[in-house]
Design a protein around this ligand. Structure first.
Ligand code: SF4
Length: 446
């Protein structure tokens, strides 16, 4: 960068653009980094070709995600501001956490690497990258909340995982499980609510363990009840809860609090005992069945989502039949199905009995066919029902849309509407459905 450029930047706020890959947890991390940078005098924009710094917040929990993150990095490097050398690249998130120094030696295009555990230091990192062009302490712009104008947002309640499922790289990427203190979670919710957020989705690698690691242990039920009582106008939704965390106390909070979504996303991964043991997971088809029955009994009408892996090493035809039968019988509303991905550094990657790629894909498709038929039937059964819908925004073609309590962000479809203000919760009668999407009319005078 020339001296002239540096002087110009010193007078105006450097512009930082985030490119965020992967899951909702990364979105939260980007929002937190945005907040720190705007408070420190940076302008956070969404225009990479004119930015002074682009931070690519990467995902690498499976190989396909790593490849997607690398593609995003190389696309940034091909932008004119990078080719001419006026912009800087920072690589953050899961890739630096997973690959460490190996990544730094392979990716000379980046000026800095920020693993997940160091993202709180983003201001210092960018100061190091920009030198004199970094904002001076005297700059104190009125920082706009990253959640302003968003009707819905995620809040992370913990990070890391100690379960060490044999297929999963996350414990190596995100570290040991650690809950965020109640005060931290409460403050995160409060700042979003103050910015106009009406729906908060609580996320973590495993939301059901919250509070176990405190000196005075607490639990997710207490957290959820506390937040629901303190923010009665806000919807709360709990995602990613491992079966062990589904206590009766938690189910009773979900059932009894009107502003807690009657919804659980509970990854089961499989139903056959030998496969679950090889995955280093508990349970079997019977315990899973009993768990789902208990949930439905304590929270009538609850919407259930799960995640399954097809083609885990050693999965026999019998194991797969057990899984298919379980899926047909239990009838989840929504199912995420993934063919097993052989991840470097995990125990499952070294196991005998790796399954042919074509078989994995075929089995995954077969599970999707079963779950789609059930899911579509569940969604179309909602025609004629009335439900509250949070109005979220407009599609590119102007179509208004929102989300009901039975729909998790990004994965379960939306409700299309003809009227309503973004951020309002309106009463809607469902008039039609298409696969997982719903259409409805606002019910007036309710
Ligand atoms: S519980 Fe989830 S995050 Fe933790 S190791 Fe298992 S799959 Fe990975």
């Amino acid at each position: 960068m020339s001296n002239i450029d540096v002087n110009v930047l010193a007078q105006s706020a450097p512009r930082v653009c985030f490119v965020t890959l992967g899951c909702a947890k990364n979105e939260v991390d980007t929002a937190e980094m945005t907040k720190r940078l705007t408070a420190a005098g940076y302008e956070v924009c969404d225009d990479a070709p004119t930015a002074d710094v682009v931070v690519v917040n990467t995902c690498s929990f499976i190989q396909a995600a790593t490849e997607e993150s690398l593609e995003a990095i190389f696309e940034v490097c091909d932008l004119p501001n990078f080719i001419e050398g006026s912009a800087k690249l920072v690589v953050a998130g899961c890739m630096p956490a997973r690959y460490g120094d190996d990544l730094a030696s392979e990716l000379g295009e980046a000026q800095a690497f920020v693993p997940c555990s160091k993202e709180d230091d983003i201001v210092e990192v960018l100061a190091g990258v920009l030198g004199d062009a970094a904002p001076q302490a005297s700059m104190s712009p009125a920082a706009q909340s990253p959640w302003a104008g968003s009707p819905a947002s995620y809040v992370k309640i913990s990070d890391g995982c100690d379960r060490f499922c044999s297929f999963c790289a996350i414990p190596y990427i995100r570290g040991r499980y650690h809950s965020f203190p109640l005060e931290t979670v409460r403050a995160s919710v409060a700042e979003r609510v103050a910015a106009g957020v009406r729906e908060v989705t609580l996320i973590a690698q495993d939301t059901g363990r919250w509070g176990e690691d405190f000196d005075e242990p607490s639990n997710t039920a207490t957290l959820l009840a506390t937040l629901a009582d303190e923010f009665p106008q806000t919807w709360f939704r709990l995602m990613y809860i491992e079966p062990q965390g589904v206590s009766d106390e938690l189910l009773d909070v979900i059932a009894s609090k009107p502003n807690v979504c009657k919804y659980l996303d509970m990854p089961l991964q499989h139903a056959s005992k030998p496969v679950l043991r090889a995955m280093n997971r508990r349970g079997d088809e019977n315990s899973h069945r009993e768990l789902v029955a208990r949930i439905r009994e304590r929270v009538p009408g609850i919407t259930l989502r799960t995640t399954l892996i097809a083609g885990f090493p050693g999965e026999t035809d019998i194991d797969f039949d057990v899984l298919q039968n379980f899926l047909e019988e239990v009838e989840f509303d929504y199912v995420g199905v993934f063919p097993y991905s052989q991840e470097e550094g995990t125990r499952a990657a070294e196991m005998d009995g790796q399954i042919d790629e074509a078989v994995k894909i075929e089995r995954a498709q077969s599970l999707r066919d079963i779950s789609d038929a059930i899911g579509e039937a569940h969604v179309s059964a909602r025609i004629g029902q009335e439900m509250d819908v949070l109005v979220l925004g407009r599609e590119e073609d102007g179509q208004l849309y929102g989300r009901a309590m039975c729909q998790a962000p990004e994965v379960d479809g939306v409700v299309y509407l003809e009227e309503g203000e973004v951020g309002d919760i309106v009463r809607v009668r469902i008039t039609d459905t298409l696969v997982y999407e719903m259409e409805g009319d606002v019910v007036h005078g309710s």
